[in-house]
Each structure stands twice: as structure tokens, then as C-alpha cells.
Design a binder for this molecule. Sequence first.
Ligand code: PLP
Length: 357
Amino acid sequence: AYNFCAGPAILPTEVLQQAREEMLDWRGTGMSVMEMSHRSGEFVAIAKEAERDLRDLAGVSDDYAVLFMQGGASSQFATVPLNLLGDKSSADYINTGIWSKKAIAEASRFADVNVAASSEADGFTTVPDQSVWHTNPDAAYLHYTPNETIGGLEYDFIPESGSVPLVADMSSTILSRPLDISRFGLIYAGAQKNIGPSGLVVVIIRKDLLGQARAQTPTMLNYQVIADNDSMYNTPATYSWYLAGLVFKWLKARGGVQAMGEINRRKADKLYGYIDASDFYANPIEPRFRSWMNVPFTLADDSLNSAFLKGAEERGLLNLKGHRTVGGMRASIYNAMPEDGIDALIDYMQTFEKERA
Ligand code: PLP
């Protein structure tokens, strides 16, 4: 079966197989990783290796701390302003879809949010050109959502933010291709697309941005505290961290983000190419901003949706139903989706179109 789910936990089959083999007895220790003390030599080694592999893969220099936190990406919507506002009161946000809006709503509880640009009037089918953004040079940071998982909208550029730290919610695009980390002040990513199980959230933060959390910031949300304690201030999500480490090894063995980027581009080009060539399927996003990871599409006749989904499931093409707020279909094609999965989907779409159009 091919799982086109947008999340949680799209793990490569090989990783799940390895986890199964190691589940009861990790390398002769007589214990599952789940049962190890997080302070044990074995677990600390697993945790450190995962961090090292992530640094290698993503090209994260020593100028940045890498934190393995909990509470998903949604908890970061509050954690970011609590930590980064410092003595400022305002932050800039770009609104390109449902996840941007959630980040904006939560940040508004702590900061004067300036929505510097929005594509809401265009139905979130495009990214506003940076020349029309009304950013504030005195903002504490500039936040954007490089890939809108629900709308299937993805920036094809990294915004210029001058001396204002750039903050990105990379939940559904991290590790999908090479990225210049040095352009960012902070990146956060809920793990459950390209990294590992849900609940875990990875934060990559430039070290000079640590240490300015507001006094009332909960200890567990204070980046400095988490960094000082190697992400083990409390009991971390040990098993998720271990699984993330297996995913990082899997990625490295396949040529890392460079190779992944080429494969992901091919996968996306093929699927959008087919959608565009067909009169039966459609995708509304301006081509240059189409997501490589989440491909929403509609059928010419909405009343065929359930038949489409039923036939897909019978062929082992799972979770193609679009998000409830958008409707239609959505194929999420993260790193773990092999190219064969795209071929199988297109083959089914063609057959369905022939039968029903
Ligand atoms: N941001 C983006 C872009 C997402 O796609 C998601 C979840 O799908 C979230 C934030 C929320 O993540 P979590 O469920 O880990 O809180």
C-alpha cells in the first residue's frame, strides 16, 4: 500500500522494519529503546548520533543549537514569541494559509502581530511578492510558513529579512531538499512528515537568539533551558527521538537532501504534469508556488469524490481525501513516498478518468 497521508508519521518502510527488529532487544541490551533511561550511556549515544546526523544532513553549523522538544509544531506558535520578542513588542508574520493563520492567532496572544503580507484575498493560491510586503525593520522577527500543508502552497524563495531574524515553520518541507540554514534565525518542524512520529518537534535556533525568553515563559518552553540540558530537562520523547535518528540514517544512505531534492522534484513534476494535462483533474495553485510535498487536486465533478476514494483504497492508495476545509483530494508525497507510489497514483487517476469522464 502507498500512504498519501499528510501526517502523522510517514516513515520509510525500511525504518519501520528496522524498528521492529530492534523493538524488544536493542543491540543485545535486553531492553527496548523505549525502556532505557534517558540518562543511560546507550540512549545518550542514540540521541547525540541523531543530532549529529541531522546536522550533517541539513548542514547545521555550530552557530546553531538543535533542540528535540515536545508538543508538536503547534506549541512552537507560542514558544517562538515567548522566546524571541526580547524587549520588543511586535513581530511580522506572512499569511499564506491555514498554518500561517494558526501561528498568527497564537502569537497575537503575546505580541503585536503585523501581518506584513497575505494571499488570503487570492484564496491562498499564491505567495505575495516580497516587494509588496509591509515589514517592520524594528520587528523582533519575521515568521513565515514555507510550505502550507493543507493548501499545497510552497515558497520558491527564502525571504530577505535584513537584520530581523527569519523564523520558519518547516514542518512539512524540512529535509525535502537542500536549504541554506544560515539564512534563518530559527526553524521549527513538527516531526511527523519527514522526520518521525508526531509529538516531537525539532528546533534549530541561532545561538545568539537564546537567553531572551520572557520572565513568565514556562520552563519547558524556554529554549535556553532546553539547550543547556541537551533537550533532556525533563524526560524527552525517547522513542520518537530514536526513530528520528533511524530516519536520518535512512536519508544519509540515500544520498541526503541533495538526492532527496532531485527525487522529490521528479515526483512533484510528474504528478502536476499529469494533473495539468488532464481536463478531469485540477490544481488551483500558481505553478511556481506548487508544493513538492502536498498536492491537492479536485475532480471535475465533486459527486465522484467518494467513488474515487473507494477505488483508490481498493488499490492500496490510502488517505487521499483532502483536508476538510479545502475538500477534494490531497496526495502528500513526503520523502518516504517512493516514485513507484506516484506512478501507481497516476495510473489509477488515468483509469478513473477514462471510466468516469
Ligand atoms: N505547521 C504545519 C505547516 C503543519 O503542517 C502542521 C501539521 O500538520 C503543524 C504546523 C502542526 O503540527 P503539530 O500537529 O505537530 O502541532
